[in-house]
Design a protein around this ligand. Structure first.
Ligand SMILES: *Cc1c(COP(=O)(O)O)cnc(C)c1O
Length: 358
């Protein structure tokens, strides 16, 4: 039995969600995005489970090296590329595939002698997000430099990234695609779509798609649930009831006495807190799932504990409490209550929460 709380990671659900990517983008290859420890799910275990992915993408060199050391031998894309000559040498040594997105990286590539050339590299094009990438007008010149470099031995693809793919109606999606279309003749490898675009913008699929959040069973859209999209939750965060008490009108619950009972009620203490990644904003508007019934969080979130109102719920000490990822309580719902997005909740599940794979 793991220490509570634990995060149950459903590897069948992960595979199901990868199949949904194939269903939406049947003609594209798939970079499964497993940066930030696979959005909190554990990058190594996630990569091992996603055997049907064509390649993986991470943000940083150390994330990729960890995967290589664990025996993952597929193409590993570095979405933020390399920051120094040292990182370029590491990319070569560990057979990593950087995305180039600025002049500095191009210079490093021109100046550094690598023992082993790089393959499956990409050039990031700026199409409207203004975060990473070079302007379409410069693409031909940059591509020529990369494709003729001794350090690069396979065709370099062109990549860009949507700023608003979570909002189908946003005209900026089409504008970004127009920008990418300006350079599409320069290469036979194009990649644009993240989860939202995989589901809703078929024109953006091109040769490689880059799903992240949908693999983990969360919806990229505010107005469509994961269940609507037939995505299955991968992480179920579970804690236990460690105490049950009765409070009467006027009693304060938790730090600061923010919560004052308006009537006699039963309060259960649950073994999860912000030290595990449970968001403090859930104090004002959060619910947990106890045996299929929702119970409201009362009082502030402590480091290791929360209190919930179980006046209307039948509970016993040691009952399991699901914080998110059950049939009744999706992570998207909890994120909305916390005023954030599922990505943040998932990434913030801390190291002391045991991941249990099944
Ligand atoms: C994180 C990331 C993705 C995955 O995005 P989701 O919205 O999680 O699907 C795709 N491409 C790039 C460049 C990213 O940084």
């Amino acid at each position: 039995m793991p220490n509570f709380p634990y995060a149950y990671i459903d590897l069948n659900a992960l595979q199901h969600n990868l199949n949904k990517v194939k269903h939406f983008a049947p003609n594209s290859k798939i970079f499964a995005v497993i940066k930030a420890d696979a959005y909190g799910h554990g990058a190594i275990e996630t990569a091992k489970a996603l055997v049907a992915a064509d390649a993986f993408a991470v943000a940083r060199v150390d994330e990729a090296i960890e995967l290589r050391n664990a025996g993952i031998d597929k193409t590993l894309i570095l979405l933020e590329g390399i920051r120094s000559a040292e990182e370029l040498v590491l990319a070569s040594k560990y057979k990593l595939s950087p995305v180039f997105h600025n002049e500095h990286q191009l210079q490093l590539c021109a100046q550094t002698v690598l023992e082993q050339s790089l393959t499956n590299c990409w050039l990031m094009i700026e199409t409207g997000m203004h975060r990473l990438g070079i302007k379409p007008e410069l693409a031909a010149d940059y591509l020529a430099k990369l494709n003729t470099s001794d350090n690069i031995s396979s065709e370099v693809g062109l990549m860009s990234h949507f700023a608003n793919s979570d909002s189908l109606a946003d005209p900026r999606n089409a504008q970004q695609l127009e920008q990418l279309a300006k350079v599409s003749d320069l290469t036979s490898l194009l990649s644009m779509a993240n989860s939202g675009a995989i589901i809703e913008i078929a024109d953006s699929h091109y040769d490689w798609v880059r799903p992240g959040i949908m693999l983990y069973g969360s919806s990229p859209f505010a107005d469509k649930s994961a269940a609507d999209l037939d995505l299955k939750p991968v992480m179920k965060l579970v804690a236990k009831i460690t105490a049950i008490q009765s409070v009467t009108k006027g009693d304060q619950v938790g730090y600061g006495g923010d919560y004052i009972a308006e009537q006699t009620m039963t309060v259960a203490t649950v073994s999860v807190g912000y030290g595990d990644g449970y968001h403090r904003a859930l104090a004002t508007n959060g619910y947990v799932d106890i045996n299929g019934q929702l119970a409201k969080v009362v009082g502030r979130v402590s480091m290791d504990m929360i209190c919930v109102d179980v006046s209307e719920v039948d509970v016993n000490i040691n009952d399991e409490v699901v914080l998110w990822g059950s049939e009744h309580l999706s992570i998207d719902q909890v994120a909305a209550w916390a005023g954030t997005i599922s990505y943040e909740l998932l990434c913030h599940v801390t190291g002391r929460v045991t991941r249990v794979y099944g």
